[in-house]
Design a protein around this ligand. Structure first.
Ligand code: SAH
Ligand code: SF4
Ligand code: F3S
Length: 450
């Protein structure tokens, strides 16, 4: 896609970069990798748009709302670009992959459109724009992403996200991700372990393994390698305290993986395993590959083996043809399972997906009402569950100052509860034991006892 240009001139005038990321953890990690690359090339990261020589938006396409947000940000940059035409404006990530050339048409002040598999070539693309003043479109689909972890920019040293696979082969009928992220490709266990070891030798305590459909990790590696094998290997890494992994797909979550998790001390007792709906009819049209009963059984099995397990889910309301009865089944599933946390989304048709052929026939006010109802239900359940934590002693990895009260510290339990408590800044990055003495639906509050 990129023309052959002499990129040897490293004497670049562009030195500051503003970077904003939309979308999921994958995208956030791609942002970290991109920023790491740019820092290695001498760029300084700034947090104000008007201090930047290069403005990059790393985008998401999962719902229309996510795209609208990016287009409105881009629109707002038009005046800045008029005043400072030398500033480079770039669109990266999933929306760049999906909309490609059309972004230049709609937003002619954009200089760079760089898809999900091309960000490792960002430095040379920026150079090309500077040297030639031309637009760059880089959305090749057959590129394999390979960015050295060594250059990663990370917000803190004690936690890290690690990509274990890219892409998704599931093709749930509503979802754009397989189209913008491509086919599933797993990294080898040895590559991942090496990366985790190097992170740990730099002070990392907790890794979160990332994959859109992490339970099918290993499928393309041959030799029947599974997520369980990967977790077992990483559990042996000295100095590492916690392992998390997202996102689990119920249809690919085997009993074997659950058994493995239950016996590995470092793997946290937390699953993010989206149910999406409680109605078999809707699940079928979503092409999720399981029924609600299967989901219930899977959670029961997991809770039996992993007693302190918490579970989080995503739900889509207002999927084509979702009746009141379908919705009630979702409500019942939520009431029965009692998730720790849920993300609720209103269905948003995505062009090119299978569900886009179905009429988007649930009116927006009903989608909104169902969304509200699930949010309220989850809020009540979260509060009730959190109240059960009163008086309990929990292990917390201290993440930094609390957002709501900078004089206090905030961190997470192994089960992913947020805990706020008094303590000195030198505890950041350390594991502490906290006794819970107050709760809300979102937060536990407590006192360090050790
Ligand atoms: N790979 C993850 C996350 C995919 S996107 C998984 O499989 O769980 C995150 C969430 O966005 C999905 O779980 C789903 O609930 C929601 N989502 C995806 N496509 C959507 C759409 N077209 N409309 C509304 N919500 C959607
Ligand atoms: Fe989308 Fe389904 Fe893949 Fe998740 S598993 S990324 S919802 S297609
Ligand atoms: Fe993630 Fe959004 Fe892309 S959810 S994979 S950033 S479409």
């Amino acid at each position: 896609m990129i023309n052959s240009v002499d990129f040897t001139n490293k004497d670049q005038p562009y030195k500051t970069v503003f970077f904003e990321t939309f979308g999921c953890q994958m995208n956030k990690l791609d942002a970290e990798l991109s920023l790491g690359l740019l820092q290695e090339e001498g760029y300084r990261i700034v947090d104000k748009v008007d201090e930047a020589d290069v403005i990059l938006l790393n985008t998401c396409s999962v719902r229309q709302h996510a795209e609208d947000k990016v287009y409105s940000h881009l629109g707002a940059l038009r005046t800045l670009k008029k005043r400072h035409p030398e500033v480079i404006v770039g669109v990266l990530g999933c929306m760049a992959q999906k909309d490609g050339e059309a972004i230049f048409k709609r937003m002619p002040h954009v200089d760079l459109v760089c898809g999900t598999r091309m960000f490792s070539r960002l430095p040379e693309m920026l150079l090309k724009i500077r040297n030639h003043g031309s637009h760059v479109l880089a959305v090749d689909e057959d590129q394999i992403v390979n960015v050295k972890r060594a250059v990663t920019y990370r917000p803190n040293y004690y936690q890290a996200f690690v990509t274990v696979m890219r892409g998704c082969d599931n093709y749930c009928s509503y979802c754009i991700v397989p189209y913008v992220r491509g086919r599933e490709i797993s990294r080898t266990i040895s590559d991942i372990k090496e990366e985790v070891q190097s992170l740990v030798s730099n002070g990392c305590k907790e890794v979160t393994l990332l994959g859109q459909n992490i339970n099918s990790y290993g499928k393309n590696l041959g030799g029947n390698i599974t997520l369980g094998d990967l977790l077992s290997e990483l559990n042996d890494v000295d100095g590492l305290d916690r392992i998390r992994f997202v996102t689990s797909h119920p249809a690919d979550m085997s009993h074997d993986i659950i058994r493995t998790i239950s016996r590995l001390g470092k793997v946290c007792e937390y699953l993010h395993m989206p149910a999406q709906s409680g109605s078999d009819e809707v699940l079928k049209r979503m092409r999720r590959g399981y029924k609600a009963g299967y989901y219930r059984d899977l959670i029961s099995y997991a809770r039996e083996l992993i007693p302190r397990l918490t579970v989080a889910s995503d739900f889509i309301v207002g999927f084509p043809g979702e009746t009141d009865e379908d919705f009630q089944q979702t409500v019942r599933l939520m009431e029965d399972i009692r998730f720790q946390n849920c993300f609720i989304f209103k269905y948003s048709p995505r062009t090119g997906t299978k569900a886009a052929d179905l009429a988007d026939d649930v009116p927006d006010e009903i989608k909104r009402a169902r969304n509200m109802k699930l949010l309220e239900l989850q809020k009540r359940i979260s509060l009730e569950e959190n109240k059960k934590m009163m008086g309990k002693e929990v292990q917390v990895l201290v993440e930094g100052a609390s957002k709501s009260d900078p004089n206090r510290l905030s961190g997470r339990t192994r089960q992913n509860h947020i805990v706020v408590f008094n303590g000195s800044q030198d505890l950041v990055g350390k594991l502490v034991d906290v006794t819970i003495n107050e709760v809300t639906d979102l937060t536990l509050f407590g006192k360090i006892f050790k």
